[in-house]
Design a protein around this ligand. Structure first.
Ligand code: AP5
Ligand code: MG
Length: 193
């Protein structure tokens, strides 16, 4: 069970839990948000393109995100597995990922959905705004990120649920307790999507 998706609203703990899964189970983590932020920091062409969308809480256009993910999934270190944090989040990205996986003769083993109420998400991200300095952690942009989750990424979850049950994990509580739930959910899934 090595090809996983981590899906959840902004602030639900995707990054936090993905890092733990990665270090505990030895699976390579791929976060589209982190790749974009590295490119912004390095002032690459991709970073300059992505920044204007990220700062507004909008999705980076699918054609940009998809080709970045395709390149990453062709690298040697992920041929035996990966956990994708924050991709796919549009229906077009689901189609694109399906295409990559079928070309490779691979399939997904588990789709994890992390849940938390909007009020809790806003609280966490405003708290992070006081320490981390992410340019998209201000209330207006957080609200836009949440809107996009509800209007677009919930459809992504519905599509995976239609194929097979998505493992749903309550993301509220102590980070260690959430991680125990994540491990339990992973171990409960045993057939390809
Ligand atoms: P991305 O970086 O993925 O941001 P996001 O989805 O808004 O989510 P966050 O990273 O803010 O939250 P998280 O769920 O990872 O939670 P975390 O563990 O950090 O994407 C950023 C932007 O990039 C997008 O807006 C878009 O522009 C672009 N982008 C990325 N992917 C894209 C795609 N596929 N298509 C198009 N555009 C894309 O935790 C959050 C905070 O809560 C932290 O401070 C953490 O310490 C705390 N926390 C974690 N767990 C708990 C807990 N259990 N209790 C209390 N606090 C907790
Ligand atoms: Mg994250």
């Amino acid at each position: 069970m090595t090809r996983m998706l981590m899906i959840g609203p902004p602030g639900s703990g995707k990054g936090t839990q993905t890092e733990r899964i990665s270090s505990t189970l030895g699976i390579v983590a791929i976060s589209t948000g982190d790749i974009f932020r590295h490119n912004v920091a390095a002032a690459t062409r991709l970073g300059r393109e992505a920044k204007k969308y990220m700062d507004a809480g909008e999705f980076v256009p699918d054609h940009v995100t998809n080709s970045m993910v395709r390149n990453r999934l062709n690298e040697a270190d992920v041929q035996d597995g990966f956990i994708l944090d924050g991709y796919p989040r549009t229906s077009g990205q689901v189609d694109y990922l399906d295409g990559i996986l079928s070309e490779q003769g691979n399939s997904l083993d588990v789709v994890l959905r992390l849940d938390a109420a909007d009020d809790e998400l806003v609280r966490r991200l405003l708290l992070r705004a006081t320490t981390d300095g992410r340019t998209d952690d201000n209330e207006a942009v957080i609200r836009r990120r949440l809107d996009l989750f509800h209007t677009q990424t919930e459809q992504v979850i519905a599509r995976y649920s239609g194929r097979r049950t998505v493992a749903r994990v309550n993301g509220v509580g102590d980070v260690d307790d959430v991680f125990d739930r994540v491990l339990h959910a992973i171990s409960a899934v045993d057939a390809p999507v």
